[in-house]
Unconditional design. Structure first.
Length: 209
C-alpha cells in the first residue's frame, strides 16, 4: 500500500518531462498493453515484471464505489504515487468518485502518470516525499518541497496510461462495471514479462499528468 494514501502537497506541479533530460535512454521504449474488466467490488492484478499492476475496490476505504490502482513491488510499495503531484487530494489514482469528482467524471478522466523504475529510486525518493508532506518533521523544512520536486523532475521514469473503454453507472451514481485499457511504457532498459508481448515504440514526449 502507499505509504501515505493520497496525502499530497496541494498545488505543487510536476515541472519535468516523462524521461529525465540528463539520463534518457534514447528514442525507443518498451511497452505493454492489457485490458481489465471489472464489476463493482471486484479486483484485478497483472504482473508486468517484478512489479504488479493492481486495481482494487474502494468501498471499504470510506469512498464511494469505484477502484484505486497502483503499480506495486513485492513489498507492496506503490511505484506511481511518489512521483506524481499534487501529493494531497489527488484523484488521479481513483477510478470513480473522489475529491470532488462524481463517479462518471472520475471514470471519464484520461490518466498519464509516471512510475518509478527501480527499488533504489523508490527508497531514495520516499524520504524526500515525506519531508515535503510534513516539512515540520524534516531536517530542512524551508527546502523540503524544493528538494522533492527537484528529485522527481530528474529521476528516470516510465509512463502509465489508463483510459476507460466503457463503464456503467447507476442513476444514483453508483459504479456498476467498467473496462479499462492500460498501457505501460518504459525506457528500453526496462523489461516486461514476455507473456504480455512487449513491443517497441518511440518514447512519448508527453509529460505525466
Amino acid at each position: 500500500m502507499r505509504t501515505v494514501v493520497m496525502a499530497t502537497l496541494v498545488g505543487l506541479a510536476l515541472s519535468g518531462g516523462l524521461w529525465s533530460r540528463s539520463s534518457a535512454s534514447g528514442p525507443h521504449c518498451n511497452a505493454v498493453s492489457f485490458t481489465a474488466r471489472l464489476n463493482a467490488g471486484e479486483s484485478f492484478a497483472q504482473k508486468v515484471d517484478d512489479l504488479e499492476f493492481k486495481i482494487q475496490p474502494t468501498h471499504d476505504e470510506g469512498f464511494c464505489d469505484g477502484w484505486t490502482f497502483s503499480l506495486d513491488d513485492p513489498h507492496g510499495h506503490d511505484f506511481i504515487y511518489p512521483v506524481n503531484t499534487p501529493l494531497r487530494f489527488n484523484p488521479s489514482q481513483f477510478l470513480g468518485c473522489s475529491y470532488g469528482l462524481t463517479a462518471r467524471e472520475g471514470l471519464e478522466m484520461k490518466r498519464n502518470l509516471r512510475f518509478i523504475l527501480t527499488e533504489g529510486d523508490y527508497l531514495r525518493l520516499v524520504p524526500l516525499m515525506r519531508n515535503a508532506l510534513w516539512p515540520g518533521d524534516s531536517p530542512d523544512p524551508e527546502h523540503a518541497a524544493e528538494r522533492y520536486l527537484k528529485a522527481i523532475t530528474a529521476v528516470r521514469t516510465g509512463l502509465v496510461r489508463l483510459n476507460t473503454v466503457r463503464f456503467e453507472v447507476s442513476a444514483d451514481g453508483l459504479v456498476r462495471s467498467a473496462v479499462f485499457r492500460v498501457d505501460l511504457i518504459a525506457p528500453a532498459g526496462f523489461h516486461f514479462i514476455p507473456a504480455l508481448q512487449p513491443y517497441s515504440m518511440t518514447c512519448p514526449a508527453t509529460r505525466a499528468q
